[in-house]
Design a protein around this ligand. Structure first.
Ligand code: Q9C
Ligand code: ZN
Length: 341
């Protein structure tokens, strides 16, 4: 299958991630995408193409205008205020406070985020736009008849809500691609999120809709990020009741257990009969991942790809997490090679 990749991803290269009370080198770093790209090429998975430019219209089908404008100007506004470091949110609208957008940049950083680990600096906006274009280009390939396409998105997207960044994510690339299918006349679209973390943004964006089925398999949010969404009693609301499915697992989960949830997810997707499938593909489920607690092995990603292929659906893979850079290329390309058989 074809891979869509933008070298502009490297414009997203912050120096800081707030972790354990100190600023560390971010887990979500440029070498992740470069390592995946190198493996795609060395395995001759297929042609690698650069994204087309789609502009902000398809992004704004998912994200609010206020949020998009905030992201575009955030870094300039921060610099204009004379701040010495990278932009990091440090104040939020707590329970009982008023959810209104402040003028001040510190206030807006809190208003448009749900976590503090995701610093912003020069180039974040450009990279986030390029990442959305990567997803939209892969979506277009599939809409035009390709069986599958790999959107090598960076930064990732599945934690981003309509108007919130966090968890290394700014634009929800999977949601943007799903909405593009809908806007092109596909009546039903399914998103299956296999990243270690709950796809909170994707769930929230489609929570009251029955046209986009959202399913996420992830670590128990009682124990891991994003902590405040992703529990199994979240099944959708209003029209969307029954169109969100969360499957959670404890520390130490191996593929033999994880794949039971995958089976449940695939049966639900088959019942739904979508016109297209989006896989929010994180490989932070890997046994050596530095921030996660599942125990999937490299060969398991091949099985995952095979199972997804058995759904026989037009499929877009969007890259999400995965932080063991030494194994990320092998694990990601194993999914694609499992899919291709
Ligand atoms: N001590 C994705 O996988 N919290 N995002 C990390 C590490 C944030 C993960 C805590 C994890 C975000 C796309
Ligand atoms: Zn993740």
């Amino acid at each position: 299958m074809k891979t869509v990749f933008s070298p502009l991803h490297s414009l997203r290269s912050v120096k800081t991630e707030l972790d354990g009370g100190i600023l560390i080198e971010p887990h979500e770093k440029p070498s992740r995408a470069e390592t995946i790209l190198a493996r795609v090429k060395s395995q001759t998975l297929g042609e690698v193409i650069e994204p087309e430019e789609f502009g902000l219209a398809p992004v704004k089908r998912v994200h609010t205008p206020d949020y998009v404008a905030f992201l575009e100007h955030c870094w300039a506004d921060w610099v204009a205020e004379g701040k010495p470091g990278e932009a990091i949110p440090a104040v939020w609208c707590g329970r009982g406070m008023r959810p209104r957008m402040p003028k001040d940049i510190d206030g807006r950083l809190g208003y448009f985020s749900f976590a503090a680990e995701t610093s912003i600096s020069a180039g974040t906006w450009e990279a986030a736009c390029a990442s959305a274009n990567v997803a939209l280009t892969a979506q277009k390939l599939v809409a035009n008849g390709e069986r599958a396409a790999f959107a090598l998105c960076r930064p990732p997207g599945h934690h981003a809500h309509a108007d919130l960044f966090g968890g290394y994510c700014f634009f929800n690339n999977a949601a943007i691609a799903a909405q593009a299918f809908r806007d092109q006349g596909y009546e039903r679209v399914a998103i299956l999120d296999v990243d270690f973390h709950h796809g909170n943004g994707t769930q929230a964006i489609f929570y009251d809709r029955s046209d986009v089925l959202t399913i996420s398999l992830h670590g128990d949010p009682d124990l891991v990020f994003p902590h405040f969404l992703g529990f199994e009693d979240e099944t959708g609301e209003a029209e969307g009741e029954g169109y969100n499915l969360n499957i959670i697992y404890p520390p130490g989960t191996p593929y033999s257990e994880w794949s039971k949830g995958l089976e449940t997810a695939c049966k639900r997707i088959a019942d739904f009969q979508p016109g297209a499938l989006i896989i929010a593909l994180g490989v932070d489920t890997f046994e050596e991942d530095p921030i996660s607690f599942f125990k999937l092995k490299s060969k398991d990603y091949f099985s995952l790809g095979q199972r997804i292929e058995h759904l026989r659906l037009p499929t877009v893979f969007t890259m999400e997490g995965g932080y063991d850079v030494d194994a990320i290329g092998v694990n990601v390309v194993n999914v694609m090679q499992g899919f291709e058989g």
